[in-house]
Design a protein around this ligand. Structure first.
Ligand SMILES: Cc1cc2nc3c(=O)[nH]c(=O)nc-3n(C[C@H](O)[C@H](O)[C@H](O)COP(=O)(O)O)c2cc1C
Length: 208
């Protein structure tokens, strides 16, 4: 009896330790910089301050990137509305999967995988690295070449949303192809049918 109680306690304790999902505050869907000004400011930056982004900014950023702006459709288009891209975020305290429907970050790993998200030194310092992952099994109507073309185009729209949000919020960002995709997929323990397309660093700009 005593042993059972200890086992249950241990299981609950382990669950509490593992389940560090993050409930994000509701995204603010209004405001921001006028579009033409954001376009005028959009740029790639590679110098980051290490400070973590507040939860509200994280929520707004992810919604702008790939949230739902209609009951079943998103802020970025996707070929034949397959919505096959998933956003993972690598932060100091772990790797998370963005659950746009419930506005949560689901913890995938408590490891800091930021340094694995690219071959350039700044990636380990950027507080947030978004990893764009294509769920290839959701695209069944294309040849392999067509799949690559479509999924990279789909990723590009999301990445541009991130660029515009960052311009509007005076954040630094750069989208990146220089990443060892296979090593990163292995570190993330992605299933075989998932493929990293691009990666994007986001953070406060380093003080000049
Ligand atoms: C598909 C793609 C891949 C890129 N890969 C990298 C990269 O791995 N590392 C990097 O520092 N910049 C990368 N960039 C950013 C480009 O270097 C940058 O957009 C370009 O120099 C133009 O600068 P701008 O974004 O400030 O206009 C990439 C951009 C795109 C669109």
């Amino acid at each position: 009896m005593k042993k059972t109680a200890i086992t249950i306690f241990a299981a609950l304790f382990a669950t509490a330790i593992m389940a560090q999902d993050i409930d994000l505050p509701s995204p603010r869907r209004t405001g921001g910089m006028p579009l033409m000004e954001a376009l005028a400011r959009r740029r790639s930056s590679r110098e980051f301050d290490g400070r973590a982004l507040p939860r509200q900014t994280l929520s707004d950023l992810l919604w702008a990137a790939w949230g739902y702006n209609r009951p079943d459709k998103r802020t970025a288009p996707s070929s034949r509305d397959k919505q096959e891209i998933e956003l993972y975020v690598a932060m100091q305290d772990g790797l998370y999967l963005y659950d746009a429907e419930d506005n949560r970050l689901l913890m995938v790993s408590d490891e800091d995988l930021r340094a694995m998200t690219g071959t350039q030194p700044f990636v380990a310092k950027a507080p947030l690295n978004i990893i764009y992952v294509c769920r290839k099994q959701m695209i069944t109507d294309k040849t392999p070449d067509e799949l690559i073309a479509a999924t990279y185009a789909n990723t590009g729209f999301i990445a541009q949303n991130v660029y515009l949000f960052c311009a509007s919020e005076s954040l630094a960002t750069v989208v990146r192809a220089m990443v060892d995709r296979e090593k990163l997929a292995e570190a993330m323990r992605l299933p075989d049918h998932s493929m990293v397309t691009l990666v994007q660093s986001v953070g406060y700009p380093a003080a000049e």
